[in-house]
Ligand binder design. Structure first.
Ligand SMILES: Nc1nc2c(ncn2[C@@H]2O[C@H](COP(=O)(O)OP(=O)(O)OP(=O)(O)O)[C@@H](O)[C@H]2O)c(=O)[nH]1
Ligand SMILES: [Mg+2]
Ligand SMILES: [Zn+2]
Length: 344
């Protein structure tokens, strides 16, 4: 796991966020206690968080998936995210307005986290088996952004996959660039699937890939994550939004993560698009380890404090010269290290 290095400003923000959290927990506790006092709650059982609405969550019963209720959270629960498993009590009578209460969060098997704009680590989804990094010809993808996601996936130990959506928009003008962009990944153990929600290309293969476990979509706004959900599960009715005419970028249509059950098996979590997956909380060692093909060479440079930028006896440079590490990925690593140093 990565170590967090915080400067004073970041620490101040984190303290502030902590205070806000406590205030929120108090408010929640008040409403949860009210429901409890009013009674009419069924016996406690396990459930799955389908969506998070801020102070309340939508919970599905593990025993009876047809039973879904909005729930208050007991004060002792810090945060719940989509994919969390919980112990909850459904409402049975009218007095509680059909609102259940979540009493506890069960242990998470895995979590996908990203730093928010205050530098606080925020969990996006829990109990994830697979991260689907979605890119498309439009909005234009960047190698650096893909590698940020891959590093984040490697750090959490959740298997990532690359999905190139909108394959119907590949033409002679962008084909070569996209092929170059994606070329290093299959050899590194990251499968690349080509998809189109317009022509249906690749959708059966994607369904097969998703058949076991829980997968989560990540990627820029506008690459077609929600469109893919609708293409795989027409009854999902996820909201989608056209790209901005002026910038050809997404318009942040999805605002909260939501979990869908696929009829052919597997669960799929749609999530809001993000501009950039910040990695500021990582140290250089974790960043290096996030590049899988660098791993065998880490610690083998002649100098302990090697920067891998032309020092004699650099093991990374050796691998680069032999082609074991590609220029593209090396370049990406150096850029990420630079941005990490300036973000810190
Ligand atoms: N040509 C083409 N357009 C697509 C495809 N898939 C999605 N789109 C379009 O891309 C735009 C954005 O799609 P969304 O599904 O809303 O994108 P998103 O990734 O969910 O975006 P956010 O929710 O903002 O993160 C919409 O206008 C879709 O119609 C595709 O395979 N081909
Ligand atoms: Mg969306
Ligand atoms: Zn080196």
């Amino acid at each position: 796991m990565s170590k967090r290095r915080l400067n004073r400003r970041q620490q101040w923000r984190i303290d502030k966020i902590q205070k806000e959290r406590e205030a929120r927990a108090h408010r929640r506790a008040a409403s949860a206690e009210q429901v409890l006092e009013e009674g009419d709650l069924g016996p406690e059982q396990t459930g799955l968080v389908i969506a998070n609405y801020g102070t309340q969550v939508l919970v599905e019963s593990a025993a009876d998936p047809a039973l879904r209720q909005r729930c208050h959270l007991r004060a002792n629960i810090d945060t719940l995210v989509t994919g969390d498993r919980v112990a909850w009590s459904p409402a049975t009578g009218d007095s509680s307005g059909g609102t259940g209460v979540v009493g506890a969060r069960l242990e998470r098997q895995s979590e996908l986290q990203r730093p928010d704009r205050y530098g606080d680590l925020k969990t996006v989804a829990a109990n994830i088996d697979r991260i689907l990094i979605v890119i498309a010809p439009y909005p234009e993808p960047f190698a650096n952004a893909i590698d940020r996601y891959l590093v984040a996936a490697e750090t959490t130990g959740i298997a990532p996959l690359l999905l190139l959506n909108k394959s119907d928009r590949i033409d002679d003008g962008n084909r070569e660039e996209l092929e170059d962009l994606l070329a290093p990944y299959p050899g590194l153990g990251y499968p690349v699937l080509r998809l189109s929600t317009k022509t249906g290309e690749g959708l059966p293969a994607l369904l097969e890939t998703l058949a076991g476990g829980t997968s989560v979509f990540v990627g820029q706004s506008g690459v077609g994550k929600s469109s893919l959900v609708n293409a795989l599960l027409p009854s999902a009715g996820a909201r989608t939004g056209a790209l901005s005419e002026a910038t050809q970028k997404g318009t942040h249509t999805t605002t909260a993560a939501e979990l869908f059950h696929l009829p052919s098996g597997g669960d799929l979590i749609d999530s809001p698009g993000i501009r950039e997956f910040g990695l500021w909380h990582m140290d250089e060692q974790s960043l290096l380890e996030g590049f899988v093909e660098f791993r065998p060479f880490i610690g083998h440079c002649r100098f302990r404090d090697c920067r891998h930028q032309g020092e004699p006896g650099c093991a990374i440079a050796g691998a680069l010269a032999r082609g074991t590490i590609s220029e593209r990925r090396m370049d990406s690593f150096l850029r990420l290290r630079n941005s990490l140093e300036s973000e810190n």
